[in-house]
Design a binder for this molecule. Structure first.
Ligand code: FES
Length: 290
């Protein structure tokens, strides 16, 4: 299976100019960790608000007027459509500007772009989510989507980690999933911490200890490059084939629509051919790029 042939969500361009964003209003801001915020938003245009659609795993370009734009996945689920969400870490000019915005502020939005997760391929399978840090953002869109369509999937395992308890994102989701008897979730932190009574250890190590079965399963992985790099060999050891391993990348994207040529890994464009890839598609580039 490749994940380049999936139909995309419905796009709405404000005009012939594909770089012209739609205006969206921030409705809520959540402090996830000291450097990460989640923004809830909705389009200013009533019609667009009603008709916009996207797929879990797709991304968009978000802009702050006069500052610039940056790509992030849509972190909410299409199965919960009263508003949209994205999460971003404060790492540069655009994200600094976004982090200064509050409820009522306007942002620009272009998208949705990219392929999204292959829902048809995932249906009827055991889903093994492996996430680290803010890498849970794209996974949570699919996790909520799977929960809202629970009968379409078999077991759901989530292994999620961060450096410290403070660095765990979406704690409210982790709590909710922890209470859901149909989900097996394990949260871990890298090093012992007085405030933490849960699991301790790097995500790939915990994954190896938990050892989810590869039978009829797909692993969906997203996190820091070092986590991704060490997670794939563990999955292979557990019996997952490269086709059963999926990840989503956000690397180096600028235009978001296959025009600037900045986001290539090998002969693939992350924005146009991804951002969701099977390990089979990217394994030749993982050691050097991820
Ligand atoms: S971001 Fe411009 S080609 Fe991919």
């Amino acid at each position: 299976m490749t994940v380049t042939d999936m139909s995309q969500g419905k796009r709405f361009f404000a005009s012939e100019n594909v770089y012209l964003p739609h205006i969206a209003i921030i409705e809520k801001v959540i402090d996830e960790t000291p450097g990460v915020k989640t923004f809830h938003f909705n389009f200013k245009d009533e019609k667009l608000r009603k008709e916009f659609s996207f797929k879990s795993g797709q991304f968009a370009e978000y802009s702050v007027l006069g500052v610039g734009e940056a790509p992030f996945c849509i972190s909410s689920s299409p199965s919960r459509s009263d508003h949209l969400e994205f999460a971003t870490q404060q790492v540069g000019k655009v994200t600094n500007a976004l982090h200064r915005l509050g409820v009522g502020a306007e942002i620009g939005f272009r998208g949705p772009y990219g392929n999204g997760f292959p829902l048809d391929f995932l249906q009827g399978k055991n889903l093994v989510f492996v996430g680290g840090g803010i890498g849970l953002a794209p996974l949570r869109s699919l996790i909520w989507n799977a929960i809202d369509n629970r009968d379409k999937y078999e077991n759901i395992d989530i292994i999620y980690g961060a450096r410290s308890p403070d660095d765990l994102c979406f704690k409210y989701d982790l709590d909710t999933w922890d209470k859901d008897k149909t989900i097996n979730i394990i949260s871990t932190i890298d090093r012992e911490d007085k405030s933490w009574s849960g699991r301790v250890g790097f995500v790939p190590k915990v994954l190896e200890e938990v050892a989810p079965s590869a039978s009829n399963a797909v692993a969906i992985v997203c996190g820091p490059p070092v986590m991704i790099r060490f997670t794939f060999p563990v999955l292979i050891k557990l019996g997952f084939t490269p086709e059963q391993m999926i990840t989503t990348l956000e690397k180096k994207m600028t235009c978001g629509i296959g025009k600037c040529g900045r986001c290539n890994i090998g002969n693939l464009y992350v924005c146009r051919d991804g951002p969701v890839f099977t390990y089979a598609q990217i394994k030749n580039f993982v050691s050097s790029e991820y």
